[in-house]
Design a binder for this molecule. Structure first.
Ligand code: ZN
Length: 275
């Protein structure tokens, strides 16, 4: 049943972890990876909670049903708006929260709607000992603060470890392989199965700026690739009749046109160590 979170128990004592895919229902890569792994998945130690984030959106092959599930995870249940609190996704988040609380660490598998997009990890410093075993060499930090309400940020704010992997373009079969490898690598790094993996050399970008729309007409000057470099003063888009320019030399991610006020239009970050 897609609604369920499955519980897989190892013979030996060990930590509890959780793996989710399909928090956005159209990001097939993680959903297919999970469907392929689940029937034979076994662990040696500890306890694994594993399942699908947004079953109804997966069924409909849509990103969401009523609202973005990955902005519904707050400690304070009043934080989403009244309208959001009436949504299917809010209800689903309440169902998932006890599982997140129970697990010491989360791997949440996402994929991009942009062709050519490269895999990357979203986490904070507390995930270092785990992520160095994942098969992805680009790490981003800072999202917990600038984009609250996501599964990984929720884990971090309640004292657990939250990791999200973006496994690449969801139309690319390689993204399913990256998703599978990431899940297995996560289980190894967490000690659920013996860890035979080498550490990956990774570069880090710290995200520290988000642009929220002020009008109902935010239009980008062009489509930006994730992690494209922008120069201080460069025109990024227009918000109504106002020009929006980069306030520093930076890399841009998640840039998109928006047609309502208060939406996330793009994020800027800075390289922490030379790539
Ligand atoms: Zn997603």
């Amino acid at each position: 049943m897609r609604e369920d979170i499955f519980r897989i128990t190892g013979k030996e004592k060990g930590p509890t972890s959780i793996v989710l895919a399909g928090v956005h229902g159209n990001e097939r890569s993680g959903i297919e990876a999970l469907a392929a792994l689940l029937p034979t998945l076994a662990i040696q130690a500890g306890e694994l909670l594993i399942g699908y984030g947004n079953p109804r959106a997966i069924e409909a092959n849509q990103r969401l049903i009523e609202t973005n599930l990955n902005r519904m995870f707050f400690q304070d249940s009043a934080r989403p708006s009244k309208k959001e609190r009436a949504s299917y996704e809010y209800e689903r988040a309440q169902f998932l929260k006890p599982y997140l609380k129970e697990a010491g660490a989360l791997l949440d598998v996402h994929a991009s709607r942009t062709p050519k997009s490269r895999p990357f990890i979203i986490c904070e410093e507390n995930a270092k000992d785990i992520i160095e075993y994942l098969p992805i060499d680009l790490v981003t930090t800072g999202f917990t603060v600038i984009e609250p309400g996501a599964t990984d940020g929720y884990m971090n704010t309640i004292g657990n470890i939250g990791i999200c992997v973006e496994v690449g373009y969801f139309g690319d079969p390689a993204s399913v392989q990256t998703a599978k490898e990431s899940i297995i690598a996560f289980l190894k790094a967490r000690g659920h199965i013996p860890n035979d993996r080498e550490r990956t050399t990774q570069s880090t970008i710290h995200m520290n700026d988000i642009y929220i729309t002020r009008t109902d007409a935010f239009v980008l000057t062009k489509m930006f690739d994730d992690f494209e470099e922008v120069a201080e003063g460069q025109l990024i888009g227009t918000d109504g009749d106002q020009e929006v320019r980069a306030n520093k030399n930076a890399v841009i991610v998640f840039a998109r046109n928006q047609n309502s006020i208060g939406e996330e239009a793009f994020i800027l970050g800075e390289k922490k160590n030379p790539a």
